[in-house]
Ligand binder design. Sequence first.
Ligand SMILES: [Zn+2]
Length: 476
Amino acid sequence: MLLLRDEGELARGRGLQLVHTELVRDVFAGRADLRALYARKLVSALSAALASPMYERVIPAEVRAALGAGAAVDPAAVLDDVFGRLPFLGKRELSDHGRKAFTRELSEFLHYYESSGTTGHPAAAPKAVDDLVVNTINIGEMWGRLIQPADVALILINAPFAPAAYQFEKIMEYLGVMSFRPWVDNITGDYTRVLRLVGELGATVFIGPPSRLLEMVQFAHRAGLPAPKFERLLLMAEQTGPMLLAHLERLTGARAYVGSYGSSEAGTVAVTCEHRSLHLQVQSYLLELVDERGARPVTGARDRGELVVTTLDIPARPLIRYRTGDLVEVDDAPCACGLALPVLRTLGRTQDLLVLEGNGVRQNDVEDALWTEELPGGAVFNYMLVVRGKQVVVLVTTDGSGEARWSDALARRIAPLFPGHEVSVRPVDTLPPLAALGQYLGWKLSRVLDLDDERNWDRLPEPIRSVVRRSLDQVG
Ligand SMILES: [Zn+2]
């Protein structure tokens, strides 16, 4: 799979590929003893963590001693008695530790990456051969159910510091699918050449964040070019609810999937099947949910809370009880694909809640109002909410003419979400560039401009701060 000169490395990579592929097939088919698997892999993960200064004081002394001496530790006891006593690891904490989170020398990694670090605190997330092999197989064995070698894939991910684009390219290699991975400048956003290639190469699959796809479709519309058509959309990196999926399907003629869920630092925790369910990759993660009632393991039973991840297959920089900040729901209804993997539904980041006078509005609420029913006189491509005092101005791009009657009808649909506020709709040619940055900022920071609280925006790192500043000028 990888071209490696060193024969030892090559043999180790090949060996890992064979072992992990067999494990994946057993776990997917429900043939594996998951409890035994967790106990065994947790001991390995904690043993690896001993080499990381970040975990120096985290693992209890007696466990350190037993693991370090290679003594016979009882894996079941580690899982049952030790694991639940280990502290949670926060995003900020991980970022602050920098390289202290590693268990190997920097040069032993294959590629250096960082998480997006919206708050100015990116976490180091380099890839080593072993975690690359495992993550590629996990995703590849799922996506192989809906992508074939005859497909052509466009990977459109503008995140040069993050591993996603490279990782998805590896998966296309794994599946024998030709891919192309162009770059579109975040600010100028000229998609002419990408659109030409989509047509010329006959791209069937789009891989990337929804806001990027929306921007490309709108660019085509404004430039008088035909909208790009695909057969399947594999979307990621942003919260994508049912209405947004349906909207993107209408625009592109494709079937839309939330392709995967994960992060630069934690890897890919859940992957879609052919029936559009995100299946948890339980062979590589020990997962928990936490809320005000405390933490409990993900068993596959229906539950919801903030997802807490322990990586079992990233020995070079293990994450133990890492709080993702993502609200999720585990669904116990069986999926038609028959895979023995729990189904995950993401509900957005915990902070992605717009609170106005005690009334909380989430992304799905707004998108339900925009896209549930067809709007006579034109569809909404994309939107941004601007809040100032008692006013909510909804900036929208549309393929219609945007007449006052149309805007008023749309405003009436959205108004019930904001009681006590005056809601108006303003069609614009293009949205502030901020609207395309959902991948980095999350929904609230990319789609809601709160003019009453500018200080929030000043905390953003450059160059995002300049983009926000221009967005404010454009609106104000
Ligand atoms: Zn399924």
